[in-house]
Each structure stands twice: as C-alpha cells, then as structure tokens.
Design a protein around this ligand. Structure first.
Ligand code: FPP
Length: 246
C-alpha cells in the first residue's frame, strides 16, 4: 500500500472521468504517424493514473476506445488494441501492484479480441483485492448501447415475470448499467479542444462538472490535471437546487 502525500481535500472530486482526445493531431503537428500520438497518449494515461493515485482520488475512468472507434482503419484499430494489451502487461501491470490499483473495464467485451479479453479478465480478478485508486478503462464503450442494453435486460425481467414495470425507476436502472459498482463521475475532463461528450457515460454524467482543455492528450501532465482539479474546486454544485445562502 502506498502512502498518499496529497490527502483528499474536502472539495476534491471522488470520481474523475477523462476523454483523452488529440493524439492524432499531436502526431500530425509533428509530421509523425498517428500511432506515435497514441503511444505518447498511453504514456500520458500512465502519468495521470499515477497522479490520480497520489492525489488520493477514488475513481478514474478513462475513455480509451469508443464503440465508434471500430470504424477507424484496421491498422489503427490494431495499433490501439496492441497498445492496450501492452499497457496491461509487463512493467505496467507491475505498477498496478505497486500503487495498489484496482482495474476494471467497461464496454462491449464481446467485440474485443480473445487475447485482450482474457488479459482483462485476469487483471480484474488479480487486482480485485486492491484498496487504492479504482481505474476504470472504457474499451469499445458507447453510452447509448449501455443504456439500450440495460433497458433490454429490464424488459427481459418483466417478461419473465420477475419484475413489474411500475418498479422501474432511476435507482433500479442504475443497477443494470455497467457502472453499477461505481459512483457517478463528479468531474469530466476532455482534452483536445472539442466541447462534447461523444457518447461517453451519458447517464452517469448527468450532474458532472465539465472542464474542457485545449491541451492535446499526449501533452496533458500532472500540472494540467491539477489545474482541472482546481477549477472543479471553484465550482458550486447544486444538483438542480437553489444557491445556498449559508
Ligand atoms: C483520441 O485521439 C484518442 C483515442 C481514440 C484513443 C485513446 C487511447 C490512448 C490514450 C492510448 C491507450 C490508452 C491506455 C489507457 C493504455 P484521436 O486519435 O481521436 O485524436 P485526434 O482527434 O487528434 O485525431
């Protein structure tokens, strides 16, 4: 178990979700192949996982591969899958041990290559007892598919007579989402200059604060992360209620 030099501040987010955008542009700006951008992007992800662990956050969810990313050229898809595979093995796998990180994956597992799937299942079970930061990697993930799948499973329960349609409410719906074991994100960070959610955690981000950064993901470092956390700390979250007058 690692010591935490930055004890959790009262206003720190418990769960941060990140859309890691801008790898391709980072490489193109340098006249280099996109795959170099993804490689540097994976290194940035590693840095941010380490920083989140040091800052004492409880959950960090990273959008590594969307359900729409399958439409990219086969070579780029293979490169991204290869990178994920590499980052879930060897020295990187060791880092999860050292930082006491519990790793979990959300997304359409049935679309993943067999080797990646087996590796994910092994790491999830090997880190299940870890007590530090929870890292959730979204791979082949899409928010709409997740919600539609939950609705289908609920409908099945009704059809089988295990549930009454009148029982279905927000709390029950959440139990059928892939994220049922995690709290909703408090903060969403998106790098790369675009200001949209891109089908990421559609249900779960309902009340999240959002910080958009022009920084391209491979350049996102500990200082940029701290700046986003500080911006979050300045915000007042009201969940639809009125401003508190103290
Ligand atoms: C968006 O950049 C990024 C992705 C599609 C993939 C994110 C993947 C990584 C950071 C590497 C693997 C991650 C881990 C956790 C090991 P883009 O290619 O859409 O960039 P662009 O908008 O500039 O083209």
């Amino acid at each position: 178990m690692t010591a935490r030099p930055y004890p959790l501040h009262e206003n720190y987010p418990r769960h941060v979700a990140i859309i890691m955008d801008g790898n391709g542009r980072w490489a193109t700006q340098r006249g280099r192949p996109r795959k170099l951008g993804h490689l540097q992007g994976a290194e940035a992800a590693r840095r941010i996982v380490r920083a989140a662990s040091e800052f004492g956050l409880s959950y960090l969810t990273l959008f590594a591969f969307s359900s729409e990313n399958w439409r990219r050229p086969g070579t780029e898809v293979a490169e991204l899958m290869g990178l994920l595979h590499r980052y879930l093995s060897g020295e990187h796998r060791q880092e999860l041990e050292e930082l006491d990180i519990r790793l979990r994956v959300i997304g359409q597992r049935e679309r993943l290559p067999d080797t990646t799937l087996r590796q994910i299942e092994r790491i999830e079970s090997e880190t299940a007892h870890h007590k530090g930061l929870n890292v959730v990697i979204a791979i082949s993930y899409g928010g709409r598919v997740e919600i539609a799948t939950a609705a289908r499973r609920l409908a099945q329960k009704v059809q089988e007579g295990e549930m009454d349609p009148g029982e279905i409410n927000e709390t029950l719906m959440e139990r059928f989402l892939e994220t049922s074991a995690f709290p909703d994100p408090d903060l969403l960070i998106r790098t790369g200059g675009e200001k949209r959610i891109s089908n990421f955690l559609l249900w779960q981000l309902a009340y999240a604060e959002m910080v958009f950064s022009d920084c391209l993901w491979p350049d996102f470092d500990r200082e940029a992360f701290l700046a986003a956390l500080n911006e979050y700390q300045m915000r007042e979250r009201r969940y639809g209620a009125l401003v508190s007058t103290g």
